[in-house]
Each structure stands twice: as C-alpha cells, then as structure tokens.
Design a protein around this ligand. Structure first.
Ligand code: C2E
Ligand code: MG
Ligand code: MG
Ligand code: MG
Length: 287
C-alpha cells in the first residue's frame, strides 16, 4: 500500500508533494482513507458535472461541450479529477463514477435540447475499465433510452494510451459504439504510441491534440511541426481534429492558419457548472 501511495503521489505531481514528507504509514493511511471517502461519495453522489465549450473558431459557433467531473467534497470543497480519478481507476470505482457522469450529463443535454437550446455535441470521458465492462453497451443504450439524449448528440473520449494498451478489445466495443451513431474521440492525442496503421483500423471520428503540444505554440518549432502533422494526418484520414488547452489568441490563430478550427481551452472558457454553462450557450446561440 505504501508503495502504491508513493507512486500515486508522484503521478499527481506538484500539488501532493507533501506526501513525500509524511511517513510511510501515514501515506498508506491517507490512501485508504481517500478510497473510503470516495466510495461514500459515489454512494451519495457528491459529484457535479462541469462543462467546457468546444468552439469552431472559423464560424464562431459552439460545436459542443466536454463533461468534466468535479467532486463537491463536504469539507474540502471542489476537488478536481487529478486528485481522485487515478484512485477511482485503480479501485474500479471509476465504473460507477463514469456512469453517474453519463446519466447526469445526458439528462442535461436532453433538457437543453428540449428547451430549444443548442449545446452541440456532449463529449464524455470514459476510463478503459468502463468500456471493457461486459454490460457497457447495455448501459449506454439504457441511458440513452431513459435520459432521452440522442445518440448523435454524443461523443465518447478515450485516451490514446488507453486504446493502445487494449487495442483488439477496444476495437470490438468501439465498433458497437459507432453503430449506435455515437462519435469516438481520441483524447490526449500524440502522447501515446501513435501510428497511422492503428488509426485506420479504428472507427474514430475525432482526434484531440494533447495540450502539451499546444502550450508553447506558436514559438516552439518542434511543437508547431507536430501540431501541423497531426492536423494534416487527420484531414487525410477524414477525421475531425480539435486542439485542447488553447489559452491565447496567438495559439488560436496558429491553429486556424494550420487548418484546425475546432478549439477548446481557457481562451474561450474554463469548465463551468450548469447555470454558467446555460448562460454561455444562450449567449452564443443569440449571436
Ligand atoms: P482531459 O479529458 O484531457 O480534459 C482536459 C483537461 O484540461 C481538463 O482538466 C480541463 O479543465 C483542462 N483544460 C482545458 N482547457 C485548458 C487550458 O486552456 N489550459 C489548461 N492548463 N488546462 C485546460 P480536468 O477537468 O482537471 O480533468 C482532468 C482529466 O480528468 C481529464 O483530462 C480526464 O482525463 C479526466 N476526467 C475528467 N472528468 C472525467 C470523467 O467524468 N470520467 C473519467 N473517466 N475521466 C475524467
Ligand atoms: Mg477529455
Ligand atoms: Mg485531453
Ligand atoms: Mg488528460
């Protein structure tokens, strides 16, 4: 346990460096306490879904929103995913957590559409354990039925490394997802072991260029080249491409000039809770 907790602390980066100064027993204790508290949070549904807009910068339109979960901890306040998603993944609690997010976000989409609003595509992050669950497709279909969210409003995001580690199993599920009319996006693209060969074999509808390649645009020559190559590759394969983590107008302009008009990042908006998201959508729908 102590070892696992140490690695976790490392994974989580800067924010958790205090773990290093604790003694090992304390670390193990905190890890176990965190698991217990997360389990309780899932039972009580202490989660709230935030939404971050995805914009077509050429047409100035909302193309969709990414659902990003937040934990409303009774004493800690809003906790971001980097603090609890890794623990949810290693314990398998992510399956229930992802399902809470799916239900809540899909319900919201069906409400907004029924009110005549157009929030675009709802993009939902899923863990590999979720997608590989035997009843995943059943759950997805049931959720669509009960929330009245249409399949064509949906895109599922899977990270490139999750897909690569489980290629054959993933391919089988993704084919079924696609046949329901749901889009599939490869998240954090460029950080895994990208190869044209596998992209061609998967029913992928969108690549999301990882934030690490966007951060130093347009100054960094290597990142500029990588971003351009990913955009070109997507175009040639007939796949949509979106840049994540766009924070400045210079980055947006570089991407537009390079042929990537689909943009997500703090430049347009941070992830927002429900009410704020509604106002954001209303504003853009008016223009
Ligand atoms: P992701 O799917 O790659 O989501 C993008 C992350 O980048 C989000 O962090 C978002 O807030 C952040 N971000 C967006 N634009 C910018 C920007 O311009 N600058 C910077 N510095 N950051 C930006 P967040 O919300 O903390 O989520 C982190 C990760 O947690 C997500 O990465 C995703 O992998 C995971 N995650 C979030 N919600 C869920 C969920 O419901 N289920 C699962 N399985 N994973 C989730
Ligand atoms: Mg994502
Ligand atoms: Mg990402
Ligand atoms: Mg990520």
């Amino acid at each position: 346990y102590a070892d696992a907790a140490m690695y976790r602390a490392k994974d989580n980066g800067r924010d958790n460096f205090q773990f290093y100064t604790e003694d090992m027993t304390q670390v193990a204790f905190e890890h176990v306490a965190m698991q217990a508290s997360l389990r309780q949070a899932i039972l009580n549904n202490e989660f709230e879904v935030y939404y971050q807009p995805q914009i077509n910068a050429l047409e100035n339109k909302i193309i969709g929103m990414e659902a990003l979960v937040r934990w409303k901890h009774p004493s800690l306040g809003i906790v971001t995913p980097d603090k609890f998603i890794p623990i949810a993944e290693e314990t398998g609690m992510i399956v229930d957590l992802d399902r809470l997010v799916m239900k809540s976000a899909m319900k919201q989409w069906s409400i907004w559409y029924s009110q005549g609003l157009n929030p675009g595509v709802l993009s939902i992050n899923l863990a590999v354990k979720q997608v590989q669950k035997a009843d995943f497709i059943d759950f997805l279909q049931n959720c669509i039925l009960h929330t009245q969210c249409r399949a064509e409003w949906l895109t599922l995001e899977l990270t490139e490394s999750d897909i690569m580690k489980n290629l054959e199993a993933m391919k089988q599920v993704l084919v079924q997802v696609k046949s329901l009319g749901i889009g599939i996006a490869i998240d954090d693209f460029g950080t895994g072991y990208s190869s044209l060969a596998y992209l061609k074999r998967l029913p992928v509808s969108k690549l999301k260029i990882d934030r690490s390649f966007i951060k130093d645009l347009p100054e960094d020559d290597e990142d500029s080249t990588i971003a351009r190559i990913i955009i070109m590759m997507a175009k040639n394969l007939g796949i949509d491409v979106l840049a994540e983590g766009v924070e400045t107008s210079e980055q947006r302009d570089f991407l537009l000039e390079s042929g990537c008009a689909h943009i997500q990042g703090f430049f347009y908006s941070r992830p927002m809770p429900n009410e704020e998201t509604l106002k954001y959508i209303q504003q853009w729908n008016q223009d």
